[in-house]
Design a binder for this molecule. Structure first.
Ligand SMILES: Cc1ncc(COP(=O)(O)O)c(C=O)c1O
Length: 403
């Protein structure tokens, strides 16, 4: 006999949580591949390069040197010193080692922050499009999202006036990524100054700047909002090794934060995972050192692929693009295809179009709804030029067959 439970076995928290749309698409494309289809996946948020050699050597050495024990929860002191130095060198920002917490990926850094900063009733301002996990983590922390719309016509960037209008007495955090996942947009110094002038009037707001794509920035240089004096002691800068050093599987993210926030996040992490992997931490000291040559090479490759994607997508009637300035994504607007027909089936949404492209062209993209913008799709160009050309040719054919 089936047991009837008076309450659901699983928590409301998990039952109400959205599945990550990027991970969902990756799973769907793997399933199609397993059926024998030649699927090209442009849905992944990771570099297609291998970790640079000198970093791998440091990890192997760390194993031989028996770095096999628990480490301090916020990370080894010499790693936090290296991060403090990196913040000074690259970002002209002072965070002492005590203000730095190293975590199991920037994803955990952000989760720590949301759990440490937010109470029920608090609001987090997220410019749209935002990275999928921001929304889920804010809701998990019991707070709500207050999102600010943008479009391809404004380069997916918000203005100071929009930010001013969105702020209210419940606003606790302003969270954004630059370069942005999924749009590739980069906020320039003047734009950040304008946003900072607004935020300066509201001292209760903590600014969380996710700079994990810092090294994949095609503008004249990356600018950190933490540099701005009007936001002194209010900015948490989040970063990590996954994107700039092709180290997604190694799991290391970090932040520089005001001391009280750093201590709180370390306490939170101490009850969840403790520190990240000791071997990864030793390798990170080398990764964050002065040999950025492999990182620059990857950036150059992404820049060339961006040019290719712009060329190929510009040649598809109905697809509207802007020029992304960083990361390895482009976020075209596909709304012109909604209402068209594939055979007898009406394409009712860009979400449905994304599934149609997967099932007919065998190209995996990620629908924009999970990023807060249901008119666009995210295309990752962290793939070979050959695959990008083939994927775009298939997609062009698929779109041209809609009537
Ligand atoms: C904007 C952004 N922030 C944070 C992360 C998390 O990176 P990780 O947990 O691999 O350090 C990602 C990964 O996709 C990202 O795109």
């Amino acid at each position: 006999m089936e047991t009837v439970l008076s309450k659901p076995r699983l928590s409301k928290r998990i039952l109400e949580m959205k599945e990550s749309s990027t991970l969902k698409m990756a799973a769907l494309s793997r399933a199609l591949k397993a059926e024998g289809h030649n699927v090209i996946s442009l849905s992944l948020g990771e570099p297609d390069f291998d970790t640079p050699e000198h970093i791998k050597v440091a990890a192997k050495q760390a194993i031989d040197d028996n770095f096999s024990h628990y480490t301090p929860v916020p990370g080894y002191l010499d790693l936090r010193e290296a991060i403090s130095h990196k913040f000074k060198r690259d970002n002209k920002v002072d965070y002492s080692p005590a203000q730095i917490v190293v975590s199991t990926g920037a994803k955990q850094t952000l989760a720590n922050l949301m759990l440490c900063l937010l109470n029920e009733g608090d609001e987090v301002i997220l410019p749209i499009p935002y990275w999928v996990s921001y929304e889920a983590q804010v809701i998990l922390a019991g707070a709500t999202v207050n999102s600010i719309p943008t479009s391809v016509d404004t380069d997916f960037k918000i203005t100071a006036a929009q930010l001013e209008e969105a702020i209210n007495e419940n606003t606790k955090v302003f969270l954004f990524s630059s370069p942005c996942n999924p749009s590739g947009s980069v906020y320039l110094k003047e734009e950040l100054e304008a946003l900072a002038d607004v935020l300066a009037k509201h001292p209760q707001i903590v600014v969380v700047a996710d700079e994990i794509y810092e090294h994949i920035n095609f503008t004249d240089g990356h600018f950190s909002i933490a540099q701005l004096p009007q936001l002194k002691d209010r900015v948490v800068t989040v970063n990590g090794l996954s994107k700039g050093f092709a180290m997604t599987g190694w799991r290391l993210g970090y932040m520089g934060a005001p001391l009280d926030i750093a201590k709180a996040c370390s306490k939170m992490q101490g009850q969840f995972t403790s520190a990240t992997c000791s071997i990864t931490q030793r390798a990170a000291i080398v990764a964050l050192g002065d040999n950025l040559e492999p990182t620059f090479k990857m950036k150059e490759a992404f820049k060339q692929r961006r040019a290719l994607m712009i060329e190929l997508l510009s040649d598809m009637p109905g697809v509207k693009i802007n020029e992304p300035e960083g990361a390895f994504y482009i976020f075209p607007d596909f709304s012109a295809f909604v209402g068209k027909k594939a055979g007898d089936t009406v394409i009712e949404s860009v979400d449905q179009l994304c599934m149609h492209i997967l099932n007919t062209a065998h190209v995996a993209l990620v629908a924009g709804a999970g990023f807060g913008n249901p008119e666009c799709m995210r295309i990752s160009y962290a793939n070979s030029e050959e695959n990008l050309r083939e994927a775009m040719a298939r997609m062009k054919k698929c779109l041209s067959e809609l009537s």
